[in-house]
Design a protein around this ligand. Structure first.
Ligand code: NAP
Length: 255
């Protein structure tokens, strides 16, 4: 029996590829042979990520796309398709958080988080699926949720609610789109060290969080690559509506 994570011939779009986890995902997918459309709002960062990928022999193209703006998403898909063809692997990775208690949260902050994490992911998933169906092609959509889709923490209500909704959406779309050979799965990372949260995890509060992770360490972006390759490739051909938790056991920490 042959199991392969090879992505040659596939066209993968990563949202939020301009930094953090997304840039690691884009590089990993390109390393597996895919042609990668790296999207986000910051063109200069997308160009940096794509030239790093090119320097290692990969093929990646930067396309500016704001997931909260339908016309920006439509224009980005036109660009991606004219460059490479139909996107058949989507990594819905764009996300924002807001650290604020619910009593003090502004409507604008609630809207920003939900518009990006839920509405944005839905918008990009739908256009991906519509184009796949029109082309008669199969595909794989991977939504990046969070362990906060399963359990809550203080000060992150819109983030936790948006990720829980995205996980439920993953299952609803998996049900509807299986007949079109489009698989929809999710990855739920625990705390993963990126430039954005490095200073927090160096603080006393951050070190206290670390002690509650059974493996007693933060994740690295590379820890997510194996599950990503599984869900992107035909190795997971019979998986849809699934969510892979990658959290060093954090969800199992004692109540
Ligand atoms: N790091 C963790 O510990 C962790 C844990 C669980 C889940 N996650 C999830 O993993 C994903 C990546 O997180 P990260 O840690 O890599 O965060 P990050 O470094 O802040 O990256 C977030 C990315 O989202 C993009 N983005 C934000 N708003 C956007 C918009 N309106 N349109 C398009 N792109 C947008 C940003 O690109 P631009 O600014 O260029 O638009 C950026 O590249 C997020 O969904 C996050 O919720 C992270």
């Amino acid at each position: 029996m042959e199991t392969t994570f090879d992505l040659s011939g596939h066209i993968c779009m990563v949202t939020g590829a301009s930094g953090g986890l997304g840039s690691c995902f884009a590089a990993a997918l390109a390393g597996a042979g895919a042609r990668v459309v790296a999207t986000g709002r910051r063109q200069s960062e997308l160009e940096r990520v794509c030239s790093e990928i090119a320097s290692t022999g990969g093929d990646a193209h930067p396309v500016v796309m704001d997931v909260t703006d339908a016309s920006s998403v439509a224009a980005a898909f036109e660009q991606a398709e004219s460059r490479y063809g139909t996107v058949d692997v989507l990594v819905n990775n764009s996300g924002v958080a807001c650290g604020q208690t619910a009593l003090d949260l502004s409507q604008a902050d609630w809207d920003r988080v939900v518009d990006t994490n839920l509405n944005g992911a839905w918008r990009v998933a739908q256009i991906t699926a519509q184009r796949l169906v029109a082309a008669g092609q199969s595909g794989s959509i991977i939504n990046i949720v969070s362990i906060l889709a399963y359990r809550v923490a203080g000060g992150v209500a819109p983030y936790a609610a948006s990720k829980a909704a995205l996980l439920h959406l993953t299952q609803a779309l998996a049900l509807e789109w299986a007949r079109h050979r489009i698989r929809v799965n999710a990855i739920a990372p625990g705390f993963v060290l990126t430039e954005m949260n490095r200073s927090f995890f160096e603080s006393d509060a951050g070190q206290a969080v670390l002690k509650r992770i059974p493996q007693r360490r933060l994740g690295t972006p590379e820890d997510l690559v194996g599950p990503l390759m599984l869900l992107a490739s035909k190795a997971s051909g019979y998986m849809t509506g699934s969510c892979i938790t990658v959290d060093g056991g954090h969800l199992q920490s004692t109540l």
